[in-house]
Design a binder for this molecule. Structure first.
Ligand code: BGC
Length: 774
């Protein structure tokens, strides 16, 4: 019934917008959907006054400031991240912006009107599915909720590589590998924009830790950045074609990301042909003409910056001849183009909130989580739990009430409210939100005949006593991570002690982790099984119970390496820790392009759990590995067969490395498949390798180059040598391609941008800590 009502509403909305577009065609050719987004943007621009153009590049915060020093414009959606006025006389709607990549968030501590929406599992969970279709579906779901809530710009997804496992925002991102992260983020963008909502790819770039995020300079060789962090963004831009990219808080080699002409003009707009607009992060602008000439197109929520740089100072800069009007035209043109390209103009947002089918959206989130849960250990086949388990003890993690989510601007307030309202800090970056999807209730649902007891875990002695009563014990352990602060890899409070004590009392102890990213596991050898469930999202309790009881086969694989100890990390202690407040510092990117597993490989380190790792309740065999060069592309094919008793999904991964060395690390992920297989079923899979993954980026000639010679192809179930199932060798010819990679232009309907000279500018770095958590 609810669904039917929704469907009707959609049809009505579509036919209305179609009518309005066609009827107005003659009078308002900029609205004619038959014209290209570029042509329409150009037409609209021609009709705009200089003031109207400037209004498009200046953003407002969408929430009141808690100290009452600022109130957003009336037309903003209250409690939102941002608002940019439209040009009503030309049919250009405002940009209503909301966070973020995991669902519709509410901003502003003073607001008492939280929007209650559906939360996807964390970005790492979606990356752990290794399934771009799930990422796309999730993107479409949250964007549909954004649209129903009055928004046409969604501030996500994030594609920063997880270089630093303590990073407080790792949970929002898609892992440590550029191919995996770029593919997942690209798919999420396609999903978001399928709903005529502009996706904003962020935080561009190298915003890899929260400690001192507005003060630090990420210092890295530019060529190595192209092969790693920037490659993730490049792939996401190519595969998703986002309307906008958000430049980050930090500096890169001394220059603010939002003032870096190299990053914004040369790499993003020139080399990658990005036709959308660059918006700043909230409080990341430090100048007017320097930023504008470097490629920043829109100042977001200017109240967070020291000055309204793209407001009155922009007008003054034009009048003083410091900034050509042509550049301001380009800024406005890019914004308009994105709005036309994504369909924001001909699919206007209703002012009244539209109904949301929460039950259906929760199923989308749950399906994502079910595929993203990673089984890390399963000694003696303790999992899946038998449905006739008679005595089950569940301990800790508020598992009786819900599942944890991450903090900061991406926090989604769930339908039904916070299940543990008193947990953690109530102010920024809190509150600590538990989504009301109780694993305990879901476990009871999976096995109604079992006697299931729950303990909070606060009393370790009591937990030990009850563990002796139980046939099986499940300990839930949580680690809250949040924007603007980094996180320890050691579980907080008594959780490590609790797990060790319970495991000593019951050999059938299963640990379920709800964490932002990797954690250390001093108790690993004592417990029977470990599941990493990340932040499980709406419906996460059900997904966890489904995997524990085997209703779903675990098929998640790690998108990040889990270190054995801090000593294995490029920085044993987090850079910037203990510095006087406000003091700038540099983070030397020692790993260069060797992020995550590549660092471990390069140094012969054995992590706790390798990148790509994940067990299943079934087993897979591999055969017939072939590698050949076809149409100048490396194509790797192989067979995979389910040789166990249960249905499951394999994630065979193809790693490649030059026999002669010369890369940042011995091997790189070059492709993968996610293959669902019934028992005894098999499939032949084929992976075509992107030449950039076989190249190094040569700074001198600004080109990608494959060195001719022998390359080893390894097919494995993780990045670890022990998980390699088959290997082969292939000879690759020399290959070279300029930084202006043309793949994107081969996609249907895409045109290469006309070459133009970026305006000249001198980038200067100034320091101004002005965001919480600097
Ligand atoms: C975050 C962004 C977010 C913005 C708006 C910033 O603090 O870094 O990711 O989109 O706020 O809330």
């Amino acid at each position: 019934m609810r669904l039917a009502a929704l469907a009707l509403l959609c049809v009505a909305a579509v036919s209305f917008s179609f009518e309005s577009a066609t009827a107005a065609d003659a009078a308002r050719p900029r609205l004619a959907p038959t014209l290209s987004p570029d042509a329409r943007a150009e037409l609209a621009l021609k009709e705009m006054s200089p003031k109207e153009k400037r209004s498009l590049v200046f953003g407002y915060f969408g929430s009141p400031k808690p100290d009452a020093s600022y109130r957003p414009p009336q037309a903003a959606r209250m409690g939102s991240a941002g608002y940019v006025p439209g040009v009503p006389r030309l049919g250009i709607p405002p940009q209503w912006e909301t966070d973020a990549g995991l669902g519709v968030a509410t901003q502003g501590a003073s607001t008492d009107a939280y929007r209650e929406r559906t939360a996807l599992p964390s970005g790492l969970a979606t990356a752990a599915t290794w399934d771009p279709q799930l990422a796309e579906r999730g993107g479409a779901m949250i964007a549909a909720e954004a649209r129903a809530s009055g928004f046409n710009v969604l501030l996500g997804p994030g594609a920063d590589l997880v270089r630093e496992p303590r990073g407080g925002r790792s949970f929002e991102y898609a892992g440590e590998d550029p191919l995996l992260a770029g593919t997942i983020a690209g798919a999420a963008i396609r999903g978001i924009q399928s709903q005529h909502v502009v996706a904003v790819l962020k935080h561009f770039a190298l915003n890899d830790q929260e400690t001192g995020r507005t003060l630090l300079s990420a210092d890295i060789d530019r060529g190595q950045a192209r092969e790693s962090d920037l490659l993730a963004f490049e792939l996401a831009v190519e595969q998703g074609d986002p309307g906008a990219v958000m430049c980050a808080y930090n500096r890169i080699n001394g220059v603010y990301a939002c003032e870096s002409r190299w990053l914004l003009e040369a790499v993003l707009k020139r080399d990658w042909g990005f036709a959308g607009y660059v918006m700043s992060d909230w409080g990341a602008v430090h100048s007017t003409e320097i930023a504008a000439l470097a490629g920043l197109d829109q100042e977001s929520a200017a109240v967070f910056d020291h000055e309204p740089y793209f407001g009155a100072p922009l007008e003054e800069a034009i009048a003083a001849g410091k900034l050509p009007q042509a550049r301001v035209d380009d800024m406005a043109r890019r914004i308009l183009r994105a709005m036309f390209a994504v369909g924001v103009v001909e699919h206007p947002i209703d002012d009244a909130p539209a109904p949301i089918d929460f039950a259906a959206d929760e199923r989308t989130a749950e399906a994502d989580e079910a595929q993203g849960i990673v089984l890390l250990k399963n000694a003696g086949g303790v999992l899946p739990l038998a449905r006739d388990t008679s005595r089950l003890l569940v301990v800790g993690g508020h598992a009786d009430r819900g599942v944890l989510s991450g903090g900061g601007s991406s926090t989604v307030y769930p339908a039904g409210g916070n299940a543990v309202p008193d947990a953690g800090p109530q102010g920024w970056p809190g509150p600590e939100v538990y989504l009301p999807s109780s694993p305990l209730a879901a476990l009871m649902g999976q096995s109604p005949q079992s006697r299931i007891r729950y303990l909070s875990g606060n009393d370790v002695g009591e937990a030990v006593r009850q563990a002796k009563w139980a046939d099986r014990v499940i300990v839930f352990a949580t680690q809250w991570a949040a924007e603007s602060q980094d996180v320890s890899l050691t579980l907080t409070g008594n959780q490590n002690a609790l797990i060790a004590a319970v495991a000593a009392a019951n050999a059938h102890t299963v640990v379920v982790l709800e964490t932002g990213g990797p954690v250390l596991m001093p108790w690993l050898s004592q417990v029977a099984a470990v599941l990493e469930t990340w932040y499980p999202g709406s419906g996460g309790g059900e997904a966890i119970a489904g995997v524990l009881f085997g209703a779903v086969d675990p098929s998640g694989h790690l998108p990040v390496t889990f270190p054995e100890s801090l000593q294995q990390l490029p920085h044993v202690s987090l850079p910037g820790t203990g510095r006087p407040a406000g003091q700038a510092f540099q983070v030397e990117y020692r790993a260069g392009a060797a992020v995550g597993y590549k660092w471990y490989d390069r140094h012969g380190l054995k992590p706790l759990f390798p990148f790509g790792y994940g067990l299943s309740y079934t087993r897979f065999d591999y055969g017939a590995l072939r590698a050949r060069v076809e149409n100048r592309r490396l194509v790797v094919s192989f067979e995979v067969k389910n040789v166990g008793q249960r249905a499951g999904a394999a994630v065979p991964q193809v790693y490649v490395g030059p026999k002669a060395g010369g890369w940042e690390a011995p091997k790189r992920l070059a492709g993968w498949s996610k293959v669902p297989l019934a028992p005894a079923a098999s499939a032949r899979e084929s992976v075509t390798v992107d030449p950039r993954l076989l190249s190094t980026f040569d700074q001198g000639s600004q080109s990608w180059r494959i060195a001719p010679g022998s390359y080893e192809i390894r097919l494995g179930e993780s990045a670890a040598a022990a998980d390699v199932r088959l290997s082969a060798e292939v000879r690759l010819p020399a290959w070279r391609h300029g930084a202006r990679w043309t793949e994107r232009w081969r996609l249907p309907g895409r045109q290469p941008p006309s070459p133009r000279d970026p305006p000249s500018a001198v980038s200067a770095a100034r320091l101004s800590p002005n965001r919480p958590g600097a």
